[in-house]
Design a protein around this ligand. Structure first.
Ligand SMILES: [Mg+2]
Length: 402
């Protein structure tokens, strides 16, 4: 099986080399691949197999099963842009998910992807040069991390498919080490809704509860959940909602008695002093989310937090996420992987890293009423990794059709 796969890879790599020899002008010319249609469609070369990269994208609205409230905002849908990158006849999928509070929109993602298609991709003749392609993509503009992730994920899906292997295998991770994903219960002022969500989460082996609405409301949420579910471990995400370090420490002490196992971003992202103070005293691990965006943040956070929450939409995708894992592990920091409201495309991409994680919060696709891809599966709440190559996804065949 392994030999066949290797032979297949060598054959495909040979074809790619042949393509570069036969039609170098098509591969290396730097011609922009077709005009930007309404969805950014790039036309093919008429042979059925494109030898140059073609990047397309489609808007998608992720409809949430329940209105989602966190400290600071509330919403019932999330704007998403799905990408499709075809290179040497192989197709990879990617995704940008843009919760409004992070500042990206479908329009800003379109603008960014146009630049990638016109200024970056034509300069490369090999999709395996992910490091260089992503470095050039990163240089196009600051921020735009979800748009960058949409390129990175598609590149990984594409190259994984060429190799015929999923990325968890290429990286050499142990599939049995995947954690159970937590299932998120957003804050709600209505007791009936909290009860309904707690019931819906009864399958989960670990819960994630959004707090940070004030001491009284936070305790009410936990008491209500515990009245229905006395024992499932709970991760808390305060989303920067606690403003006072003494109150935060007091809350953490009380939460530990309630069977809480971890606290995510208790205080404002900029306030590393308070987090360092809290981390020194907290009986539970304190994990950075909003404080930790990218690889370069990690050194600064060492000592202020016990660990970091990596999200592909924050850190520009799988390449940088893999490097964050290495650095955090070298510094002895705990690891968590999280998500936005995402389809199975971005969730399955993140799942490739999950064997290295102590906690995973990869429920974004489950919170959607209209996930348009099949991908990462859960078995009894635990993430299971398939042998499907790349990021391991398959379109369900309905919208958005590429
Ligand atoms: Mg969080």
């Amino acid at each position: 099986m392994e030999k066949t796969t290797r032979r297949e890879f060598i054959r495909k790599a040979g074809l790619m080399t042949a393509a570069a020899v036969i039609a170098p002008e098509a591969v290396l010319s730097g011609r922009t691949p077709g005009h930007a249609g309404i969805y950014g469609h790039a036309s093919g070369n008429g042979t059925g197999i494109s030898k140059k990269p073609e990047l397309e994208w489609r808007d998608f609205t992720g409809e949430l099963k329940h209105t989602f409230t966190i400290s600071g905002s509330s919403r019932s849908s999330t704007p998403i842009v799905l990408t499709k990158l075809t290179w040497n006849g192989v197709t990879g999928y990617g995704e940008a998910s843009m919760p409004p509070y992070l500042g990206e929109t479908q329009a800003s993602v379109h603008e960014f992807l146009k630049k990638v298609r016109e200024d970056v991709l034509p300069r490369f003749d090999d999709p395996f040069r992910i490091r260089d392609i992503m470095a050039e993509t990163d240089r196009l503009a600051a921020n735009n991390t979800a748009a960058k992730a949409a390129v990175d994920i598609a590149l990984h899906d594409l190259t994984g498919k060429i190799m015929g292997q999923p990325w968890w295998k290429i990286w050499g991770f142990t599939p049995g080490n995947t954690p159970c994903t937590s299932f998120t219960i957003g804050f709600d002022a209505d007791d009936g809704t909290v009860r309904e969500k707690t019931k819906e989460a009864s399958w989960a082996k670990i819960l994630k509860v959004k707090l940070g609405m004030g001491e009284e409301q936070d305790r009410r949420m936990i008491r209500l959940i515990r009245s229905m579910n006395p024992s499932t471990p709970i991760c808390i995400d305060a989303n920067q909602g606690w403003k006072d370090r003494y109150m935060a420490l007091d809350m953490i002490g009380w939460l530990e008695e309630q069977g809480v196992v971890m606290i995510e971003q208790p205080m404002p992202a900029y306030d590393l002093d308070s987090h360092a103070w809290l981390t020194e005293r907290s009986p539970l691990p304190v994990i950075a989310d909003e404080s930790c965006q990218r690889l370069n943040d990690i050194r600064r956070l060492h000592g202020a937090f016990h660990g970091i929450n990596i999200k592909l939409m924050k850190c520009t995708g799988m390449r940088e996420a893999r490097e964050m894992v290495t650095l955090a592990e070298a510094l002895g920091m705990k690891l968590m992987i999280g998500c936005m409201t995402e389809t199975s495309v971005a969730i399955s991409a993140a799942a490739q890293l999950s064997p290295e994680m102590e906690w995973a919060d990869l429920d974004g696709n489950i919170l959607l009423a209209n996930d348009c891809f099949d991908g990462m599966k859960l078995e009894n709440g635990k993430i299971t990794l398939s042998d499907m190559p790349g990021i391991g996804v398959k379109s369900k065949g309905y919208i958005p059709r590429f």
